[in-house]
Design a binder for this molecule. Structure first.
Ligand SMILES: Cc1ncc(COP(=O)(O)O)c(C=O)c1O
Length: 393
């Protein structure tokens, strides 16, 4: 048997649903020497990471930490810590990630009440109220802020108020929104919130920032049963992050270095400026796509800046376009999931990947590739439309 070949992945422009491209400073941070996870210097890095996460989540919550594991670990951490067998939980389902949240709720032994909307549309507050009304004593309401499978951008504040009026905690998935558009945990009354590192925070996948507010902490502290998951038990993990510094599991040191540096980059850019960058690149992309006859699939006025779900015209070869973008231009975009498979492309503009250069690149690449895949376009039309958006801003 020959030895395994050296790693030689190509340099891609990552414009899919995540991961996004990573700043060289973040990659360098991952290669700095390890120290122990109880080293005083590492403890200082942890405290500073918490402060930076509080800043991106816009919260004063003490329990604001990166959970070890990808975004799904954050989702699971919220549910297993807040739910006990027999509880009732309302989950909003309008795409893959609401569906996943509902699955986790059932695995916790809770009674699930679903609120549904068609994929691509947002959840209506009246439907949430009706679902809460079907519960005896709802423990929490879970909802996805940015549904990566459809590109729908869910308004949160009104739904949060309705959850609280019914006595339920408000739990929000911000995996594809945190760092790319406003997320205001304290102002919006979010009780528990999780995200992922590989999207708008522009860090490799592997950590899931999570924050728990006072109401969620009360529920955690007054549980009658042990948290079902040992690894994700925040009652133990908080002792490592708190004054006691009790060992729970070995922290993924290099991943935490990467997150620290990624958060420093966000602090340097400023949250408002970062959100504005994501907004303008989305509008330029949308205008460029429209100029070559491509529309977005998500509900008008509720389209994410960070993930653009593009309707594939009839007779266009879905996989052919994605393969040509990858092989000829080194650009990754995503295909559709579930019922949207073959119906949409997903173009992510997240974190480091959200730049005018990438918008103009993907539009010109599409102009080049589409005619060979069944969709005639006027060369230059998409790029010109995007340029006009930038010029007007
Ligand atoms: C909205 C949303 N929630 C949860 C997840 C799960 O995150 P991960 O794949 O990092 O486990 C994703 C991943 O794409 C997501 O987009």
């Amino acid at each position: 048997m020959p030895n395994a070949p050296a790693l030689q992945p190509p340099a891609r422009v990552l414009l899919g649903p995540g991961p996004s491209n990573v700043h060289p400073r973040v990659l360098r941070a991952m290669s700095i020497p390890l120290i122990g996870h109880l080293d005083p210097e590492y403890l200082r890095i942890m405290d500073e990471t918490r402060r930076l996460l509080q800043f991106v989540f816009q919260t004063r919550n003490d329990l604001t930490i990166p959970v070890s594991g990808t975004g799904s670990a954050g989702m699971e951490a919220c549910m297993v810590n807040l739910l006990e067998p027999g509880d009732e939980a309302v989950v909003c389902v309008n795409g893959v990630f609401g569906t996943r949240m509902a699955d986790i709720v059932e695995r916790c032994g809770a009674t699930l009440v679903r609120v549904e909307a068609p994929w691509g549309r947002v959840i209506e507050p009246a439907d949430v109220t009706a679902a809460l009304g079907r519960c005896r004593k709802p423990k929490l309401l879970g909802i996805v802020h940015a549904e990566t499978s459809t590109g729908a951008w869910q308004p949160l504040e009104e739904i949060g108020r309705r959850a609280h009026d019914a006595g339920a905690l408000f739990v929000v998935d911000t995996v594809t929104s945190l760092g790319g558009c406003p997320v205001r945990v304290d102002d919006w009354g979010i009780d528990a919130c999780y995200s992922g590192t590989q999207k708008c925070l522009s860090c490799p996948p592997g950590l899931s920032p999570v924050t728990f507010g006072p109401r969620a902490m009360d529920i955690l502290r007054t549980r009658k049963t042990k948290v079902q998951s040992w690894y994700l038990d925040l009652t133990m993990i908080e002792k490592y992050w708190g004054a006691e510094r009790v060992y729970h599991h070995t922290a993924p040191i290099s991943m935490n270095y990467a997150l620290y540096e990624a958060l420093r980059l966000i602090e340097e850019e400023g949250l408002e400026a970062r959100w504005a960058r994501h907004e303008s690149n989305h509008h330029a992309l949308k205008a460029g796509l429209a100029a070559i006859g491509l529309g977005l699939a998500a509900q008008e006025n509720h389209q994410l800046w960070t993930l653009n779900s593009v309707r594939i015209p009839d007779a266009v070869d879905d996989a052919g376009v994605r393969t040509a973008l990858l092989s000829a231009f080194n650009i990754e975009i995503g295909g559709g999931l579930g019922p949207l498979k073959g119906q949409v492309w997903r173009i992510g503009l997240m974190g480091e990947s959200s730049t005018p250069a990438n918008v103009l690149l993907v539009l010109s690449a599409l102009e080049r590739v589409l005619p060979g895949c069944g969709h005639a376009v006027e060369p230059g039309a998409a790029v010109a439309a995007a340029q006009r958006v930038y010029a007007a801003r």
